[in-house]
Design a protein around this ligand. Structure first.
Ligand code: C2E
Ligand code: MG
Ligand code: MG
Length: 536
C-alpha cells in the first residue's frame, strides 16, 4: 500500500496528466491529479476511455480537442503491464491549448487579408491543393472563380483610397454571406478575389454566380453618393482544367480577360473555345511587351481624314490618328483586338504616348507646310485619363513637338463619367487649360446619356458608326442623329459623324446640316506618307 502511495505521489507531481485504463473492459484504473484537473467536467469513465481511444491512437502520439473544456491536448499512449499484472493502456496527456492558440493566431495573421479579413493568397493556394486532391479522390468537380472589379480604379483614384478600402470591405462582407462559399472567399490583392466552389457545393454553382452578380447590381453608398462597381469573373473547373493551383489561376485569368473584353460585368468559363484564343492572348501579351520595349517601332500611326461637309468641295480639316500594329511574329493586328489587352496590361500608357507624339509632330508638319488649320484627333484611353500626370504628359509632348495646342483634339469615351463625373470634369478641365480640344468618342454606344454632354467640358461629339449603319432603314437612327445635332448646335458644340460609307448615308446627313464627317465614303485610314501625298 505504502509503495503505491509513493508511486501515486510521484505520478501526481509529474508535469502531465496520466490515465491508466484496462485493455479488457476499458475501465479506468488510475488517474493522477493533473489529469483530473485537466478534465474538470466529470466525463464518465466510459466516455473518457472512448475519447482517448477515439483519437485513433492505439499506441503512439496524437492530438485531441476536448470541446467541453475548450482545450487541446497532446496524448501519448502505450500498452504496459500494470502493477497488478494486468495489461493496461497508459495515456500521458499534455495541455497544449496555449501553444495551439498562439499557433492559430499566427496562422490567422499569415492566412488572412488584413483589410477585409478574408483569407489571402497563401491560404488560397494551400486550400486549393487540398480541394484538388479531394475532388480527384472523390471523383468530383469543383470550380475556381477569379474575380476582378471593373473600373475599381475610378473609385479608388477618384474618391481616395480610404473609400476604395470601404468598398473592398463591403464587397468582401457581401461575398461571405453567400451560402456555399462562406469560407472560400479569398482576396488575392488589390481588387482581385478568388472564390472556390468545392466539389461538394458544385451543384450550387449557378445560384452562387447569380448571387455574386446580384451583389454588384446595386450601387454602393460612398462619400455621400451612389456608386456602381461591377465585377467580371473567369471560371475554371478542377481538376478538369488543371491539377495545380498555378495552372488554374492562369487559365481563370485568361477567362477573366475574355469576360472583360466582352463588356465586363459578366463571367466567362475557361473552355475549349477559349483555349486557342488564350494561347493567342499569351502570345499577344509577350509580343506586345516586346514591341513596347522596342521603342514601339512595330506600331504605326495611320490617319483618316475628317472632312468639312458644310463647305463647298468638302475640304479635309485634318485627321484622326489610328494606331496599327504590324507584329513581326503575329502579323497585322487590329486595334480593336489589342487595345483592350494593352489597357488590361497597363501598356496603353507608353503606346498612347507614342501615338500622341507621332500625331503631334505630323500635325505640326502639316501646319507648317501650307495647312495651318489642319487638326489631328488622338484617342485617349480611360487608363491614360486616370494617370495623375495626364495633363503634364500632354503638355510635355506639345512642347517637344512644338505643336499648336488648339489643333489637337483628344477623343475620350464616357466610361469614366459614369462612375465619377467630378473626376472626369476635373481631368478634362486640366487638359483644356492647355488649349487642347476634347471630343466625346463613340457617342450613343454603351452608357451614353444626354446629360453627360451637358456636364462634360467637351467641344465635339462623335456619333458612333452604329447609328450611321442603319440610316435610311430605321427611323430611330435618323431621329437620334438629328436630335444630337440640334442639341449640340444649341449649346455650341460640334458634331462629327463616324463611319459614313455610302452616298445614301451621306445624302441623309447632308440634309441635317452636319458639319464634320469621317468615313470610308471619303477615305480610309492610311499611312502618313499617303495622307500627306493626298491632302497636303
Ligand atoms: P474609334 O476611335 O471610334 O475610331 C474609328 C474607327 O472606325 C477606326 O477603326 C476607323 O478605321 C473606323 N472607321 C472609320 N470610318 C469607317 C467606315 O466608314 N466604315 C467602317 N467599317 N469603319 C470605319 P480602327 O482604326 O480599327 O480603330 C478601332 C478603335 O480602336 C478606335 O475606335 C479606337 O477606339 C481604338 N484606337 C485606335 N487607335 C487608338 C489609339 O491610338 N489609342 C487608343 N486608346 N485607342 C485607339
Ligand atoms: Mg476615336
Ligand atoms: Mg469612335
Amino acid at each position: 500500500m505504502k509503495s503505491m502511495g509513493t508511486l501515486e505521489d510521484i505520478l501526481d507531481n509529474i508535469g502531465c496528466g496520466i490515465c491508466v485504463s484496462s485493455l479488457e473492459d476499458g475501465s479506468i484504473l488510475f488517474t493522477n491529479e493533473k489529469f483530473r484537473r485537466f478534465f474538470r467536467t466529470n466525463i464518465p469513465q466510459k466516455d473518457m476511455e472512448q475519447m482517448l481511444e477515439g483519437t485513433g491512437i492505439k499506441s503512439g502520439t496524437g492530438e485531441i480537442y476536448v470541446a467541453a473544456e475548450k482545450k487541446w491536448f497532446d496524448v501519448h499512449r502505450t500498452e504496459i503491464v500494470w502493477v497488478d499484472g494486468k495489461n493496461v493502456a497508459l495515456s500521458t496527456v499534455y495541455d497544449i491549448t496555449e501553444n495551439k492558440k498562439y499557433q492559430q493566431r499566427i496562422e490567422k495573421q499569415a492566412n488572412n487579408d488584413f483589410l477585409t479579413g478574408l483569407y489571402n493568397r497563401m491560404r488560397c493556394e494551400a486550400d486549393m491543393e487540398q480541394y484538388i486532391k479531394q475532388s480527384k479522390k472523390e471523383d468530383g468537380e469543383g470550380a475556381l472563380l477569379y474575380m476582378d472589379l471593373d473600373d475599381f480604379k475610378h473609385i479608388n483614384d477618384g474618391l481616395g483610397h480610404q473609400y476604395g478600402d470601404v468598398l473592398l470591405k463591403a464587397i468582401s462582407h457581401s461575398l461571405q454571406r453567400i451560402v456555399g462559399i462562406e469560407s472560400n472567399c479569398y482576396r488575392m490583392g488589390g481588387d482581385e478575389f478568388i472564390i472556390v466552389v468545392t466539389h461538394t457545393k458544385y451543384w450550387m454553382l449557378g445560384k452562387i454566380l447569380e448571387e455574386i452578380l446580384e451583389i454588384f447590381s446595386k450601387p454602393w453608398f460612398l462619400k455621400g453618393a451612389d456608386y456602381y462597381c461591377t465585377a467580371s469573373m473567369g471560371i475554371v473547373r478542377f481538376p478538369a482544367d488543371g491539377d495545380n493551383v498555378q495552372e488554374l489561376i492562369k487559365k481563370a485569368d485568361m477567362a477573366l480577360f475574355e469576360a472583360k473584353k466582352s463588356g465586363k460585368n459578366q463571367y466567362a468559363f475557361y473552355g475549349d473555345g477559349l483555349e486557342s484564343g488564350s494561347f493567342k492572348r499569351l502570345d499577344l501579351e509577350k509580343n506586345m511587351r516586346n514591341a513596347t520595349m522596342n521603342a514601339c517601332n512595330e506600331f504605326e500611326v495611320y490617319y483618316q481624314p475628317i472632312v468639312d461637309v458644310s463647305r463647298p468641295g468638302n475640304p479635309c480639316t485634318g485627321a484622326e490618328a489610328l494606331i496599327r500594329w504590324n507584329c513581326e511574329n503575329l502579323g497585322f493586328i487590329s486595334p480593336a483586338e489589342f487595345i483592350p489587352l494593352a489597357e488590361y496590361l497597363g501598356l496603353i500608357n507608353p503606346i498612347g504616348d507614342y501615338v500622341l507624339k507621332k500625331a503631334c509632330s505630323s500635325c505640326k508638319y502639316w501646319n507648317d507646310t501650307g495647312h495651318p488649320e489642319y487638326k489631328v484627333n488622338v484617342n485617349l484611353s480611360v487608363v491614360q485619363l486616370l494617370r495623375n500626370d495626364v495633363a503634364e504628359r500632354i503638355q510635355t509632348i506639345l512642347q517637344e513637338t512644338q505643336m499648336n495646342p488648339k489643333n489637337l483634339t483628344l477623343e475620350v469615351t464616357e466610361s469614366l463619367a459614369i462612375n465619377d463625373m467630378t473626376r472626369m470634369k476635373q481631368v478634362l478641365g486640366k487638359i483644356k487649360e492647355l488649349g487642347v480640344r476634347v471630343a466625346l468618342d463613340d457617342f450613343g454606344t454603351g452608357y451614353s446619356s444626354l446629360n453627360h454632354i451637358r456636364e462634360m467640358p467637351i467641344d465635339v461629339i462623335k456619333i458612333d458608326k452604329c447609328f450611321i449603319d442603319d440610316l435610311g432603314k430605321e427611323p430611330f437612327e435618323e431621329a437620334f442623329v438629328r436630335l444630337v445635332c440640334e442639341l449640340a448646335s444649341t449649346i455650341g458644340m460640334h458634331v462629327c459623324v463616324e463611319g459614313v460609307e455610302n452616298k445614301q448615308q451621306f445624302d441623309i446627313l447632308e440634309k441635317m446640316q452636319i458639319q464634320m464627317i469621317q468615313g470610308f465614303y471619303f477615305d480610309k485610314p492610311m499611312p502618313e506618307a499617303e495622307f500627306e501625298k493626298k491632302y497636303l
